[in-house]
Write a protein that binds this ligand. Structure first.
Ligand code: AMP
Length: 420
């Protein structure tokens, strides 16, 4: 019954999967902050025109993938990505006039009504960074090296890091025209999507995944050969910095990125081992044009977004499950249950994780449950122990056992994480 299923393209992330997610997210936070980024949380929804203007009307996202809804006069959209929101916040809080150069990281769900496919969801998760307020090529290199180091540190299989430039408002229009002219004779061979792109967003032709289009794209003119002086120097500087930082990357002239607001540097990270057409882990680049487009200052910006779902799916070795619990408190008889509740509470407030039975189960069943939950120790209280205010603490794995006074249970010498 549909009522009892998560909507198509969404899913529950189960406790056993979340160990890997928490690992990925924790490491990412750590790396982002090492590079001087601060967290920024923006709303899950914005006025839809932010994305219409900020992402561009002629993109798949805005044309057909946004979840929009209206309340009163206004049209809203669940955020399909986060760069536009972060730029909106930068402008709204007028950060350019206090401390212009700001670095933000974010992490959270994004929503796109895409065709359901392997590694592609309608609610998916992204994490990324945006460095706003500089046009320096070393900032491009610094964001790229951060993503590269993070993905390597996480142990992503077969990581591929690719770089390209797509020029700027000065040199791109002429290149676009050249590309269009070079493609028109082969128009009939293009997929229907690219036939439309030829008129509306010709650069996107270059990264079409259809084999026919991809073969044509390889023969078309390359942006790198048609850069203005400024863009050429910028690209050389980015490459020089990446080489100095010993980043393993390759230049791929076919990378253009789906979103319209990019300029100059673009990059992509992928894991071919993921299989299927959806093996991109993330990408980014410079988007100097976006701030002025949204009515903000012309200060330069660069960033990347990584897909958390796919990173988790691309991790090589599965993570060892963390120990589930420090202790399971076992009541031998009915009268001991109240003491067990108090002892569990005492251990929990001392920072230990523990569980106990609430269903009046037999001793046997409680011990079985302790095993099932992966408890490191059992803490057993019966009539005899209760009289002496002690518990029998047993290390589940070795069977090693000793008595610990109630008052000592929550102390390091009682049920300490490493002690028996
Ligand atoms: P984009 O914002 O389109 O540049 O996407 C950046 C990254 O987010 C991609 O490389 C994917 O890893 C991830 N991503 C984008 N869309 C989806 C989706 N529908 N499902 C899962 N991951 C996605």
């Amino acid at each position: 019954m549909a009522l009892l299923q998560a909507p198509v393209g969404t899913r529950d992330l189960l406790p056993e999967e979340l160990a890997a997610w928490r690992h990925v997210e924790g490491r990412s936070r750590d790396w982002f902050e090492r590079y001087g980024y601060q967290e920024l949380r923006t709303p899950l929804f914005e006025y839809a025109d932010l994305f219409q203007r900020g992402i561009g009307e002629v993109t798949d996202i805005v044309e057909k993938e946004m979840y929009t809804f209206s309340r009163g006069e206004r049209l809203y959209a669940l955020r399909p990505e986060q760069t536009a929101s972060i730029v909106r916040a930068y402008i709204e809080h007028d950060w350019a006039s206090t401390r212009r150069f700001r670095k933000f990281w974010y992490m959270g769900p994004q929503f796109r009504h895409e065709r359901k496919q392997r590694h592609r969801y309608r609610q998916f998760y992204q994490m990324g960074v945006e460095a706003i307020g500089s046009t320096s090529p070393t900032v491009d290199a610094e964001t790229m090296v951060l993503a590269w180091r993070l993905l390597r540190d996480l142990g992503v299989r077969d990581l591929v890091t690719e770089l390209n430039t797509i020029g700027c408002a000065a040199c791109r229009p002429a290149f676009r025209e050249r590309l269009r002219e070079a493609t028109i004779p082969r128009q009939a061979e293009l997929c229907p999507h690219c036939q439309r792109r030829l008129e509306r967003n010709v650069l996107r032709l270059l990264d079409c995944k259809e084999p026919g289009c991809a073969a044509i794209a390889r023969e078309l003119p390359r942006v790198v050969d048609h850069l203005c002086e400024g863009c050429g120097a910028h690209f050389d500087a980015v490459r020089g910095a990446l080489d100095a930082l010993a980043v393993e990357y390759r230049v791929n002239p076919l990378i253009v990125r789906g979103l319209d607001y990019y300029s100059r540097t673009v990059c992509e990270f992928s894991s071919p081992g993921l299989g299927g057409s959806q093996n991109a882990l993330g990408g980014g680049g410079r988007y100097d044009g976006l701030l002025p487009l949204l009515g903000g200052p012309d200060v330069g910006a660069v960033g990347f977004a990584l897909g958390t779902d796919r990173i988790v799916e691309a991790l090589g070795a599965p993570l060892a499950a963390p120990p589930a619990m420090d202790a399971y408190v076992v009541a031998v008889d009915e009268e001991s249950r109240r003491d067990c509740l108090l002892l569990a509470e005492r251990m929990r407030t001392a920072g230990l994780s523990c569980e106990l039975d609430h269903e009046g189960r037999s001793l046997q069943k409680q011990l079985r449950q302790a095993h099932r939950l992966g408890a490191l120790r059992s803490v057993v209280v019966g009539p005899e122990e209760r009289g002496r205010r002690v518990a029998r603490v047993k290390v589940m794995e070795t069977g090693e056992e000793r008595e610990v006074a109630f008052d000592d249970l929550a102390r390091p010498e009682g049920v300490a994480p490493r002690g028996p």
